[in-house]
Design a protein around this ligand. Sequence first.
Ligand code: PMP
Length: 401
Amino acid sequence: MKRIFLDWASTAPPLSLAVEAQKKAAIELFGNPSSLHGEGRGAKAALEAARSLLAQAAGAQPEEVVFTSGATEANNMVVASILKKQFADPTAKPGRRVVISAIEHASLWEPVQAMKKMGFDVAVCKPDASGIVRPERLRELLDERTVLVVLMLVNNETGAIQPVAECVAAVRDFTGEKGGRIHVHTDAVQAFGKIWFSFPESGADTASLSAHKLGGPRGAGALLVSSKARPAWLFLGGGQEGNRRPGTENLAAVHAFAQSARFRIESLDANHARAVRLMERLIRAARSIPGVLVLPEDRAETGDRRFSPYILSFAVPPVPGEVFVRSLDEQGIAVSTGSACHSSKKDHTRILEAQGVPKAVADSAVRVSIGPETVESEIDAFAAALSETVPLLLRISKPRA
Ligand code: PMP
């Protein structure tokens, strides 16, 4: 039986062009880009070509691209930069504020929780009931001690698109009145290559990207850094990546990342239009099954531009999400309970609960995520499996006390 993969938000099946590009570069461009000889110069030229390609795909300048080992590293680099600034400056006042949305990925949420333990004042901005952060609510949390604002572009559990540009405008408006500069970081992992994204238009100081969500290799990503931002880089070493991320570059992976990004951006509009149609089919099918709740409940079946057409969460309370995932897995369908990267079981309902979903419903949440290669017959097979599985699992699941 051919399996059906509907967990693209966790990782995408590799693009053959990425696998080929990585293999070719690993063999033919093995030189160290910092070496002066021909092999080194060839590798350096390929690295810079990849940088230009990736920059173009994100509407950024090549010098704004810092290659990393993935988005987790890129996200942590931003937090580490703020920490370094705080601790390297003896005149810096304690109790600086960080404003973070309640729906961030663990690779930002956890480092910011660590900042709290180090004495930062962390203000959490809750989204509305649709899972969207309102710029006016975010603005209320800013004060003159604020040094960092963190808001993702597309939520990895619900697909809710966040108004990053409007929130950045609110931050700039605030600092315009008060003076100083607040660093704004956006995690663009679930947006890049899927919905339209332009780094300069986001207005953010930094943005994180990940290769494997596009069909590129694991362990490759980037931090986009605006020329206006002034981060303090934590790692020291051989000066690679303009002294911002030292270490011998993973050229083969970076090269494959840039190729995958170009491929996805070139077909973004057509892929997006297809995804919209598939998502409509998916939501309609899910809603037609008694007991299934689409999350958030106000997500429209058609034309709801507030959400990425690649991600959908639903719940069948009181069936635990995990039971659902295992049952579908046995039927050859891969879906997930929220993000694959929850650092702890305790945290796994944080995002849905922040938008007012009751814990009992959030415990039951299942995420379905599609990609450019998902086909209609897979959605239909999933819908058929769902309509058989839901009544069965509802019969055997007792409501929680
Ligand atoms: N941010 C978001 C929104 C993600 O979905 C993920 C992947 N689960 C990451 C960051 C981490 O990316 P990476 O696997 O490249 O470290």
